[in-house]
Design a binder for this molecule. Sequence first.
Ligand code: GLO
Ligand code: MG
Length: 345
Amino acid sequence: MPATKYRFCFGPWNISPGQDPYGPPTRVDRDFDWKLAQLKKHGFEAMMFHDDDAVPDIDSKSWPQIQKEAKALKKRLDGEGIAIEMVAPRLWFAPETIDGGYTSNDPKHRRYAIERSKQSIDIANILGTDLLVLWLAREGTYIREAKNGRRAIDQLVEAFDAMLAHDKKIRLAIEPKPNEPMDHAYLPTIGHALAAAHLTRDPKRVGCVIESAHAILAGLDPADEIDFACAFGKLWSLHLNDQNGLKYDQDRPFGCTNLRSAFDQVRAVERNGYGKRAGEFVCFDVHPFRTTKEEHWMAHLTNSRQTFLRLVEKARSFDEKTAAALIKDRDYQALDQLVIEHLLG
Ligand code: GLO
Ligand code: MG
């Protein structure tokens, strides 16, 4: 089988201006045109979009207006030869989603979340992608007793069902994350997401997105998460990045903290053939450090891409024969060193 020729992607939010909960931006934010130009210049082939990245101030606009702007964006990106990887309803900014979207205790707010998700599906149709990513940011609670965990699963499934019914072709890719912004999330891992898929009206159209940092925050190995999702044919997008331990979600450059784990993720991607099918991109959900100067603003993305490609070479040149012999002999001590020498060499 021919080797995968990987194609790369990021979202406009990945060129972020540096604010954190303790301080303001450190770089002057740039407009969409600049970000698109950077994406092209650095050899990325696709962009991911929140619904309000595609149509800013979306809640203040009528559907005809939203449609008009989405169509103009599609025309623009087609003209530039840039694919749209997915659309994601940004359900964590609006006043209606303070207590969560699909699992809010207020029925009006749950309705808002579902209607906005359906609208995102209509936008995805205009933008020519069948993938709706659901990062369930506020589907959890800070106070466990404030919500009913059993009812929350029913509400999530009800919301997924409404989306699946709204469009016969749309695929939902759940992006689990165990915490942040919430204390605990209701679908914290890929196992939870894929199990919930089976409660929906059309499990075939519910899959997942794996983000390296989210797996690490759940105490899991991102490479194992990739293999697990692929065993179900459910890895529909991939957010590679890195994370230094159990802290806030760091979205560090891919491989910058744990090169060996990054190597293992690339091996998992390679052995499962992720990236071969149309619409499969390697996305980097990374942010620049707050200290990054404007002139180095793309480095976290270009470095992630370069590290990924270097690790593809490493995965392809790994001495599989020797590794197989060591595995047969149960000499995992030598196998361990074989990997280290290969990465160092
Ligand atoms: C945050 C998530 C976020 C999503 C994005 C797409 O932790 O990783 O960046 O990937 O909003 O839905
Ligand atoms: Mg992500």
